[in-house]
Design a protein around this ligand. Structure first.
Ligand code: B12
Length: 330
């Protein structure tokens, strides 16, 4: 088969496996301008030292899989309908905390790795002795960069990969392959002069178009930060207790996205909003049992309790920037 025929066959297989988009890029050097290096040098990664520790490998797929010739990028829509149950909405008597949409259902790593590996085996079978490496999120790969190169979308001003049809409500998965495949063209930037995401971020975490400073990002603090959250930011978190969708919710491309066909990503009962009283009374084992198999486990029991305490303070209207009502870790 020619590289073009292989690419066509691979895309048919990706569609059969329910991936919404599949694009291919030639494995040229990533990040020649060292944008990752500049971002790290400015400290924008906060305490995510694992990003700095894997810088070189992220910038060069050959270090991860020697002989890589093609990078296959898939996207899977996770835009789920909002839950209907009353208990999923907050009221004064029963304060709840908001969970970002990507975490309403099953853990996406678990849901997508199986079909991605299946697609990886399909690619590997296209050429004798071919090798592949598959990853979703947790591998040392610059997924957004490769998605842009492979024409899956463009990097929007909120730094997420965007498309006209799916907005940014999709997960990315990547396959590095030693197989030669015909590559796709990058998509032009379609953000235009819009700056809604930069303006809407309550902590001004989008410090320049396409650049997020994690030290200010609600998503970083509520998911990845294992320490205390800077008191001056806490009052801006409103009721977000796991991740944040503000820079996506305001994006015009995110308004008319079809709901995902993947029921794994539909909201589980009481998972789009978590009861703050219940969380406060939850011990570590109960937390683990309740959230195993969901992205929420990532924040850990201590982190979710910290976040819930901040949401409670904000709910009570006590917390204001720079004064009183802040939450410290025990
Ligand atoms: C670290 C990380 C985070 C961090 C840092 C966010 C960030 N913007 O980097 C935190 C914890 C804050 C985070 C939050 C979220 N994340 Co996250 N995250 C990642 C991870 C693991 C690495 C991203 C990374 O390399 N950052 C480093 C910096 C340098 O990269 P960057 O943001 O792309 O910024 C640079 C580019 O914009 C670059 N740039 C601009 N133009 C161009 C052009 C080219 C060609 C190149 C090379 C670079 C470039 O310059 C910037 C540096 O100044 C990826 C998975 C992966 N392995 O890639 C998921 C990932 C980006 N996250 C994802 C998601 C869903 C989220 C959240 C929406 C979750 C939520 N609801 O809370 C938020 C969104 C917040 C936001 N606006 O970014 C998805 C995004 C899917 C999509 N449609 O784009 C990914 C791809 C995971 C996945 N497999 O689906 N995340």
């Amino acid at each position: 088969m020619t590289p073009t025929e292989r690419a066509k066959a691979l895309k048919r297989e990706a569609a059969t496996l329910h991936f919404d988009v599949c694009g291919i890029a030639a494995a040229d050097p990533a990040d020649p301008q060292d944008l990752l290096g500049q971002w790290l040098a400015q400290g924008c990664h906060a305490d995510m030292n694992w990003l700095a520790a894997t810088k070189e490998i992220r910038q060069d797929v050959q270090r991860k899989l020697p002989g890589t010739r093609s990078v296959v990028v898939v996207a899977r829509n996770y835009y789920a309908p909002p839950p209907r149950a009353n208990s999923d909405y907050t009221d004064a008597a029963c304060p709840t905390g908001r969970v970002s949409r990507y975490a309403w259902g099953r853990d996406y790593h678990r849901a997508l790795l199986k079909p991605l590996r299946k697609l990886g085996r399909f690619v590997a079978a296209l050429e004798p002795h071919a090798r592949v490496y598959c990853c979703i999120d947790s591998g040392p790969v610059l997924e957004k960069f490769w998605a842009a190169r492979a024409g899956v979308g463009w990097i929007g001003k909120n730094s997420l990969v965007l498309r006209r049809d799916l907005g940014s409500w999709f997960f990315l998965g990547v396959i590095l392959a030693t197989v030669e495949l015909a590559s796709d063209r990058p998509m032009p930037d379609q953000c235009g002069s819009c700056t809604l995401c930069l303006e809407a971020c309550p902590t001004q975490a989008i410090v320049a178009p396409r650049t997020v400073d994690a030290r200010r990002c609600i998503s970083y603090h509520t998911i990845e930060n294992r320490n205390e959250i800077p008191p001056e930011l806490q009052g801006h978190f409103a009721d977000w207790i796991f991740g944040c969708d503000i820079c996506q919710d305001v994006c015009p491309y995110n308004r008319k996205v079809p709901y995902t066909t993947e029921t794994d990503f539909h909201a589980r009962p009481n998972q789009a909003r978590l009861d703050l009283d219940e969380l406060a009374a939850t011990d570590e084992e109960t937390f683990r049992n309740r959230f195993t198999g969901t992205p929420i486990l990532r924040a850990k029991h201590r982190g979710i309790q910290r976040n819930a305490a901040i949401a409670r303070e904000n709910h009570a209207g006590k917390s204001e920037e720079g004064r009183g009502g802040t939450v410290k870790l025990a």
